[in-house]
Design a binder for this molecule. Structure first.
Ligand SMILES: Nc1nc2c(c(=O)[nH]1)N[C@H]1C(S)=C(S)[C@@H](COP(=O)(O)O)O[C@H]1N2
Ligand SMILES: [Mo]
Length: 208
């Protein structure tokens, strides 16, 4: 009897430690690139962490598109997914290299011919815009996972834009709306407060 109890306790401990280990596994490297941990640096955002209830969530696709639509989380995730390790550089000087997994922005929109700009809006009132050609030419994704885990609320659940080679101000989190536009002069939250609208990493931080 004692032996059986001992074996049961042992199995229980093994079972627990197994499950725990799976939860804690963190990817450290991808295709030779060393990865940071998702919340190593940075500030969270203009109004702190946003908590989006996914059962109420819709992504609105609007403006100069052949068909305006609202997509649920599951509809968005039914698109082809892509993975890449990309570094986020904040204008304040810190940077994080993380493994992103998401869907191509161009798989969600069907722009009309006169379109040249895409404006993204977020749950906290934040917004930012990028040239349509930048999004297409660089296979820009909207991430739903970081370092192989579903985006934490702090990282912009359900979606953060992986605006590679652009400063962090373009990496909009908690995306709720995508508006296709023909206005390249649109300025988002930080861009209308003096930050350079191109936001190219290595280029100007502030508007000239
Ligand atoms: N909705 C929203 N997105 C946002 C911001 C914000 O305040 N609100 N801040 C931006 C800035 S300045 C940076 S540097 C990055 C930081 O992203 P992280 O929190 O995933 O590191 O988010 C960007 N996206
Ligand atoms: Mo930033």
């Amino acid at each position: 009897m004692k032996k059986i109890i001992f074996v049961l306790i042992l199995l229980f401990i093994l079972g627990c430690s197994d499950a725990k280990e799976l939860d804690d596994v963190e990817i450290k490297e991808y295709e030779g690139k060393k990865l940071d941990s998702p919340r190593r640096s940075g500030e969270i955002g203009i109004k702190g962490t946003q908590y989006i209830n996914i059962s109420d969530y819709n992504l609105e696709i609007t403006g100069l598109v052949s068909e305006e639509k609202r997509l649920s989380y599951d509809e968005i995730l039914s698109e082809q997914k892509y993975k890449k390790a990309v570094t986020l550089h904040c204008v304040e000087g810190w940077s994080d290299t993380l493994l992103w997994e998401g869907i191509l922005v161009r798989d969600l929109i069907d722009p009309l011919e006169e379109a040249n700009t895409v404006i993204f809006y977020a749950y906290d009132g934040y917004s930012t815009a990028l040239p349509l050609s930048y999004l297409y030419d660089n296979d820009i994704i909207m991430a739903y996972k970081v370092n192989e885990k579903v985006l934490p609320n702090e990282n912009g659940f359900p979606f953060q834009l992986v605006a590679e080679d652009k400063y962090g101000i373009k990496w909009i989190k908690w995306i709720t709306k995508i508006e296709v536009s023909d206005d390249p002069s649109y300025k988002g939250y930080w861009e209308s407060r003096g930050y350079d609208n191109n936001a190219d990493v290595g280029g100007n931080i502030f508007e000239d």
